[in-house]
Design a protein around this ligand. Structure first.
Ligand code: G3P
Ligand code: MG
Length: 235
């Protein structure tokens, strides 16, 4: 089972920063997940929340700031003084570092409401332009169906996964119509029978966010092929 660093490796370094990607690599992880959204001026950047407060020294919505403003913020001090001066990475910077480190990538597209297609189009175009032939392409995931539809249009041969909190009644139709290879499900409500049903329908299952190694082993035994973790010890 693949252990996928969540937001880089969010338990050991400030989430969604280059330091977090380096931490994942330093702890031997082969793959990382990070979140991608847009600045006001349409630059794809690596950031989880809608707003800046929790993980930077800025305030207000990310979508209300241009990239030049966001790039000046401190995205490390909130986590620990040792990370003071750590920046919000652009998607370009994050992908470049993952390539340098040999990390496989799961790009989660996290659009602001109303910018779903713009966010996916912009992120995928940039990633396509910077990803070399011959290296396994990023896995593209999203809770937002329009983002996955856009990803299929822009990068049809790149793998996609549908993020869900639980399994809605129409999950098969959604997954089939989007052409995804996997469902990424919240492990807290996940049960063995659901994993079996999803796998029997031809989709892989990955589970977020699993920080307990005992739970990770249980999920592996159920047939889950990857877990997202904030820590390196959940394999
Ligand atoms: O992609 C898995 C996981 O990151 C989804 O939840 O809120 O941590 O982005 P969230
Ligand atoms: Mg995420």
């Amino acid at each position: 089972m693949m252990l996928i660093g969540h937001r880089g490796l969010a338990g050991l370094a400030p989430e969604n920063t280059l330091a977090s990607l380096r931490a994942a690599s330093a702890h031997g992880l082969a793959m990382v997940e990070f979140d991608v959204r847009l600045s006001r001026d349409g630059v794809p950047l690596v950031f989880h929340d809608d707003t800046l407060e929790r993980t930077t020294d800025g305030t207000g919505p990310v979508a209300a700031r241009d990239w030049a403003e966001i790039a000046r913020l401190d995205a490390g001090s909130w986590f620990a003084p040792a990370f003071a001066g750590e920046k919000v990475p652009s998607l370009e910077q994050a992908l470049g570092l993952c390539l340098d480190l040999g990390l496989a990538v799961n790009m989660e597209i996290k659009p602001d409401a109303g910018r779903e297609i713009e966010t996916a189009d912009t992120a995928l175009a940039l990633a396509l332009g910077s990803w070399p032939d011959g290296i396994a392409p990023p896995l593209v995931s999203s809770f937002a169906i329009p983002c996955l539809e856009a990803a299929r249009r822009v990068a049809p041969h790149w793998p996609r996964a549908l993020l869900l909190e639980g399994l809605p009644p129409d999950w098969r139709e959604r997954a089939r119509s989007l052409g995804v290879e996997a469902l990424h499900l919240d492990h807290r409500t996940l049960e063995a029978e659901q994993v079996e049903t999803v796998r029997a329908a031809g989709f892989s299952v990955r589970a977020y966010t699993v920080n307990d190694p005992v739970r990770a082993r249980q999920l592996r035994d159920w047939g889950v092929t990857g877990v997202f973790s904030d820590f390196p010890h959940s394999s």
